[in-house]
Design a protein around this ligand. Structure first.
Ligand code: 3H9
Length: 693
């Protein structure tokens, strides 16, 4: 018997108990243990079997770390599942925590399912670029119906016990969250099943809900259409749909074959490799090697936010969402009222907040025009615009107002956190917290550790990020940090290509086809071309300035790099813009030529890879995978390409190095100066994604 599964008895009922921390994943020894446990329980004459887990959760899925191969051979999951389904006595799955992926697929092979109220259920394989490969695609629709299965499997959404009960996934919900109560309730259910001779129906034999959709092409076509925009570029959602179609149209065993074939295709393809890599990258980013796990945290009970603009308001919402009171300070009442009004509207518009929740959250946000109200805050985040002198004067004031030990954060997106910290008497309390706009929506939190930031401040910043449900990455001080520093390189080269004859639409389209939601010029139009542009001091030295001088301010006035339809906001390339750019380029002595899409892609992305390597050299990022986490969560890098470091490894570092050398020679520019680290990794056969600085 495997050490991670044991069998206990409660009267006539056998309990097969999994204990494989942290999440009871289906590692090879768990599969073996489950198979042996079910067999032993059956042979021992038990009247019923309860499958239950120790620790914080039911089985949370296959062991993803085994997917690359290398695990010892053991019994397959299908054999475990058959042992459960075909057992001569009732099998009950008792669920707490999260029954996910392979975990839910195991539970679907029990004859009945009992859960605690807080349990969650899902088939999140799609988020790993996969589909449920242990019969889930055939069993789930048989239990909850085709429409619900389509939604659950293409989003990976976790549903609650209440929703699971309503949808037919769970038979009984225990009104408690205690594991002991769950165990008792599951044993009671098992005894009842025996006493009342309840049927041991296998989910695979329940055909009613899938047969309703036999030959029903419309349901699937409509569903595909509905998710097309959101899932653009991803393979796995479509493959999940095909499996459910198979469930509707084919007998169970045939459907299972389709599932197996498509699962293997995804598993061996580059998208799932990238998404599985990314799963661990996000979790690795939480770990700061030189900060001990037991570092004392600052107890953040109350937060201050300076600035009630789009950024400050969005930041405040993050804290109110998790029940932390926020004091938000603006310089005058009018701006404060406007800012708080926007916050309220954001809540009201959000589909996930009920009217009561809107009021609860607004009640947690207190507005003020006096920074002295920060005196009782445990943490204050400054979110005013990017001006070093302004930030310095604010931090001097905060130093005087805030209580000793309070964490002082700047939401700067590029400025020197050390310089800001140096104006205070407590640089150890100062750190950067770079939120991305809209701050209540975007997942990334790029934290910037100053030279003097204390361990406790660093650890608290990461912990608070987790609390407000952000994906946090800790980086070091340099202009633009990780994200914007790499973005600057891409932007410089994009502009240069326009001067050589590429059009804004061509450049944007290359990135869109790569998988980004938009390219640099659409992004500039969205942000506004006149940010930082002053009419009176206009110098006509960049394309952007030329466009501003010609009355093109971006989406806000319907004219930027593109022209926008006033009703639909649809962007159309504008020959006038192309002519302006051409005239300007020729006036600066640039010859015009065709630039190929491949060249555009290389010139946009290779300088980013090169800069990423320099960031690692300088120890600004802790590990290559942290850079990927920044780009996927903050800048729309398609997760199915893993991030710039993973992508570079998959293209081949030697090839990229050769290209960079070539571009450096033909184009010149600092961003084409080859990173010695990149060159060394390419020579040694190393990888950027696994590089730790
Ligand atoms: C699948 O099942 C395929 C089948 O259909 C087909 C089979 C043939 N494996 O997230 P946390 C680790 S695909 C290995 O910080 P939380 C994780 O790396 C799978 N390791 O905790 C971390 O390690 P460390 C379908 C795993 O409380 C630690 O556990 N299932 C796995 O915030 C804690 O994780 C999924 O996709 C795993 N499956 O969230 C579920 N899961 O401490 C994936 C976690 O060393 N997991 N680890 O950094 C999750 O969504 C979350 O981990 C969960 C807990 C919600 C369970």
């Amino acid at each position: 018997m495997s050490e991670s599964v044991r069998v206990e008895r409660d009267g006539d009922v056998a309990l097969v108990i999994v204990n494989n921390p942290p999440v009871n994943a289906l590692s090879w020894h768990v599969r073996q243990g489950l198979f042996d446990g079910i067999t032993q329980a059956t042979e021992s004459g038990a009247s019923a079997i309860v499958v239950i887990c120790d620790g914080r959760t039911f089985i949370a899925g296959a062991d993803i770390s085994e997917f690359g191969g290398g695990a010892p051979q053991a019994v397959g999951l299908q054999e475990v599942q058959s042992a459960m389904e075909d057992a001569p006595v009732p099998v009950i799955a008792a669920i707490h925590g999260t029954a996910l992926g392979g975990g839910l697929e195991v539970a679907l092979c029990a004859h009945y399912r009992v859960s605690v109220a807080s349990a969650k259920f899902g088939l999140p394989e799609v988020n790993l670029g996969l589909l449920p490969g242990a019969g889930g695609t055939q069993r789930l629709p048989r239990l909850v119906g085709v429409p619900k299965a389509l939604e659950m499997m293409t989003t990976g959404r976790h549903i609650s016990s209440a929703e699971a009960k309503e949808g037919g996934l769970v038979d009984d919900v225990v009104d408690s969250d205690s594991l002991d109560d769950l165990r008792a309730a599951a044993v009671a259910f098992a005894n009842k099943a025996v006493d009342e001779n309840m049927p041991r129906t296998r989910v695979r034999d329940r055909n009613e809900l899938v047969e309703q959709h036999k030959g029903d092409e419309q349901t699937f076509a409509d569903f595909r259409k509905g998710i097309a925009r959101k899932t653009r570029g991803f393979l796995a959602p479509e493959y999940n749909i095909r499996c459910i179609e198979a469930a509707a149209n084919l007998p169970f065993d045939e459907g299972l074959k389709v599932e197996g074939k498509l699962f293997m295709e995804l598993m061996t393809g580059p998208q799932s490799a990238a998404q599985r890599y990314y799963f661990f990258a996000e979790r690795a980013a939480n770990k700061i090697p030189d900060i001990p796990k037991d570092t004392p945290l600052i107890d953040v009970q109350k937060v201050g936010v300076l600035g009630a603009g789009t950024m400050g308001g969005g930041i405040a919402m993050n804290f109110a969402n998790v029940g932390i009171p926020v004091t938000i300070v603006e310089r005058d009442q009018e701006s404060l009222d406007r800012g708080l009004g926007v916050v309220r509207k954001n809540y009201e518009r959000s589909r996930s907040t009920t009217p009561e929740q809107v009021e609860e959250r607004m009640a947690l946000i207190t507005g003020s025009t006096d920074k002295a109200d920060f005196a009782d805050c445990d943490m204050v985040i400054e979110a005013v615009f990017e001006d070093m002198d302004l930030k310095k004067s604010i931090f001097k004031e905060l130093d005087e107002i805030c209580k000793p030990g309070a964490l002082l954060a700047s939401n700067t997106s590029a400025l020197d956190v050390n310089e800001i910290a140096a104006v205070t008497s407590r640089p150890e309390s100062v750190i950067g917290m770079h939120f991305f706009s809209p701050a209540n929506v975007m997942k990334l939190l790029e934290n910037v550790r100053g030279d003097k930031s204390s361990d406790s401040v660093v650890a608290t910043t990461m912990a608070i990020g987790k609390k407000i449900k952000k994906v946090s990455v800790m980086v070091g001080v340099c202009p633009g940090f990780v994200g914007n520093r790499m973005l600057f390189m891409r932007g410089a080269e994009a502009e240069r290509m326009l001067m050589e004859g590429a059009t804004p639409a061509q450049v944007d389209n290359v990135l869109y086809e790569f998988g980004f939601p938009m390219g640099p010029f659409s992004m500039s139009d969205l942000a506004g071309l006149d940010i930082g542009w002053k009419e009176e001091t206009s110098s006509s030295s960049t394309i952007r300035e030329i466009l501003c001088e010609n009355g093109r301010r971006g989406q806000k006035n319907g004219r930027g790099y593109y022209t926008y339809d006033p009703d639909t906001r649809a962007a159309t390339p504008d020959p006038e813009v192309e002519q302006l750019i051409k005239d300007f380029a020729i006036s600066k002595g640039h010859e015009q030529r065709e630039v190929s899409d491949q060249e555009i892609l290389e010139r946009l992305l290779y300088p980013m890879v090169n800069e990423g390597a320099k960031i690692l050299e300088e120890k600004i990022a802790i590990r290559g995978s942290d850079i990927d986490v920044v780009w996927v969560n903050g800048y729309g890098w398609p997760v199915y390409r893993g991030g710039p470091m993973h992508w570079a490894d998959s293209v081949g570092l030697a090839e990229i190095v050769e290209k960079i050398k070539g571009y450096s020679e033909s184009l010149g520019g600092k961003h084409w100066t080859l990173s010695p680290l990149l060159e060394q990794l390419a020579t040694d056969g190393g990888q950027l994604q696994t590089y730790t600085s």
